[in-house]
Design a binder for this molecule. Structure first.
Ligand code: ZN
Length: 349
C-alpha cells in the first residue's frame, strides 16, 4: 500500500481543513474565506413518525447559487476569489460544512409539549479532487482507494466525539438529487442518534444475516458485477428500478476492517457501478449513494454494504416518491430486480 499523508490545516475560524494525499501537502495557504457564523440547529421529535427532524433556519441564508464560474470547492489559490480550499492543488480535502444540520453550536429551543434537543454532531464535506469535472466515473483507482481510506479515517476520528452515535458517508449526485455544486464531492453526517433506517437494519441483522442468506442468489441471479471480495447486485427487494448494492462477500461491520487487497476490490466495484450507470444512461446518472456500516464499530452481526439509489422509475423516467411511498412508506415498482440486474450487468461488467 502506498503511504498516505494527512495534513491538518487550521483555518482562520479555528476549524480543521484536512488534506489527504499520496503526496505530502506542504503548500503555503492563499487567501481564506471570510469567517462565517455557523448555524445553531435544533431537533424536534415527530411523535407521529417516531423520529427526529432537524431544523436549521440559518441555512436559508446561505450563499445562494454562486455565478457559474465561481466554485467554492475548486482550489482557491489559482483563482481571483477565495474558496473553501485556499491552495493551488490538493488530492482529497475534508472540512466542516459551513451550513451544517448537525454541529457543536446546536442550541435547544423551548417549545411547550414538543420534545426538542440541540442538533449536536458534525457534518463534513469531502471534496474528491481538485478537478472540477472528475467524478468517480473518471477518477483513477488510486484516487478511489484514497477516498475509501478517507472514509475509514473519518469513522475512526468522528466516533470519538461524545455526542456522535452514527456516522454515514454519502453522496448526492446530479441536480435531480438536490445537488447545487457540481464539483465532485460527498458528505459525512455524524448524527447524535442512530437514524431510523439504520436502527431497523441493525435489528434485522441481529435476527439473521439476510445478506449471507441470499448471497448465492445474488451471485447467480441478481449480480451486475463481481470480483474476489465483492458482489454488486440489484437486491431482490429493491425499491428503485436500478438500485444497486455493493456487498462484501465476507461479513464485516464496516470498511475499517478491510485489508489493502479488499480496499482495491472495493474501489474497483465502486468505479464499475458509477461508470456503468453513466454508460447505461449515456449521461451522468443521478444517484444517492450511502455507506451502511454498523452503529457499533465492533458489532459482529452487521454486514457492511453500500447502497445506490438512482431516482429513476424506468430507463430515464424519474421516480417521484408519491402518495404511497411518501405517506405510507410503501414503494410501488414497475421493473423486477431480475430484469434490471440483467440490463445493468451489460454496462457494469
Ligand atoms: Zn470546482
Amino acid at each position: 500500500m502506498k503511504k498516505i499523508f494527512k495534513r491538518n490545516f487550521l483555518r482562520n475560524d479555528n476549524k480543521q481543513l484536512i488534506i489527504f494525499g499520496y503526496k505530502e501537502h506542504i503548500e503555503e495557504s492563499g487567501t481564506e474565506l471570510k469567517i462565517t457564523k455557523g448555524p445553531k440547529p435544533h431537533m424536534r421529535w415527530n411523535p407521529s413518525r417516531q423520529e427526529w427532524v432537524t431544523y436549521s433556519a440559518e441555512r436559508k441564508d446561505r450563499t445562494s447559487f454562486p455565478p457559474k464560474e465561481y466554485c467554492p470547492l475548486c482550489p482557491g489559490a489559482n483563482l481571483n476569489f477565495p474558496t473553501e480550499i485556499p491552495f493551488k492543488d490538493f488530492e482529497v480535502a475534508v472540512f466542516p460544512n459551513r451550513w451544517a444540520s448537525f454541529n457543536q453550536n446546536g442550541e435547544g429551543v423551548d417549545l411547550e409539549n414538543i420534545k426538542t434537543e440541540p442538533s449536536k454532531g458534525e457534518c463534513e464535506v469531502v471534496v474528491y479532487s481538485s478537478d472540477h469535472s472528475s467524478t468517480i466515473a473518471e477518477m483513477d483507482l488510486d484516487r478511489i482507494k484514497l477516498l475509501i481510506y478517507v472514509w475509514i479515517d473519518r469513522y475512526n476520528e468522528l466516533k470519538n466525539i461524545d455526542n456522535v452515535k452514527y456516522i454515514m458517508p454519502f453522496e448526492n449526485r446530479g441536480q435531480e438529487c438536490g445537488v447545487t455544486l457540481h464539483h465532485p464531492h460527498g458528505q459525512i453526517y455524524a448524527y447524535p442518534f442512530i437514524p431510523p433506517a439504520i436502527k431497523i437494519e441493525a435489528q434485522a441483522f441481529n435476527q439473521e444475516n439476510f445478506l449471507l442468506k441470499i448471497m448465492s442468489d445474488l451471485e447467480k441471479k441478481y449480480y451486475v458485477y463481481q470480483n474476489d471480495h465483492f458482489i454488486v447486485a440489484v437486491p431482490p427487494f429493491a425499491r428503485y428500478a436500478y438500485e444497486v448494492w455493493i456487498i462484501p462477500r465476507k461479513q464485516v461491520p464496516g470498511p475499517w476492517k478491510f485489508n489493502d487487497e479488499e480496499i482495491e476490490s472495493f474501489a474497483k466495484a465502486i468505479k464499475k457501478v458509477v461508470s456503468g450507470y453513466d454508460r447505461f444512461l449515456n449521461k451522468r446518472c443521478p444517484y444517492i449513494m450511502g455507506l451502511h456500516a454498523s452503529p457499533n464499530l465492533d458489532d459482529n452481526n452487521f454486514h457492511f454494504h453500500v447502497e445506490f439509489y438512482p431516482p429513476l422509475r424506468h430507463n430515464d423516467k424519474p421516480k417521484i416518491l408519491a402518495g404511497s411511498e411518501s405517506m405510507a412508506g410503501v414503494f410501488i415498482m414497475d421493473v423486477l430486480p431480475e430484469e434490471s440486474s440483467k440490463i445493468l450487468r451489460e454496462y457494469m461488467q
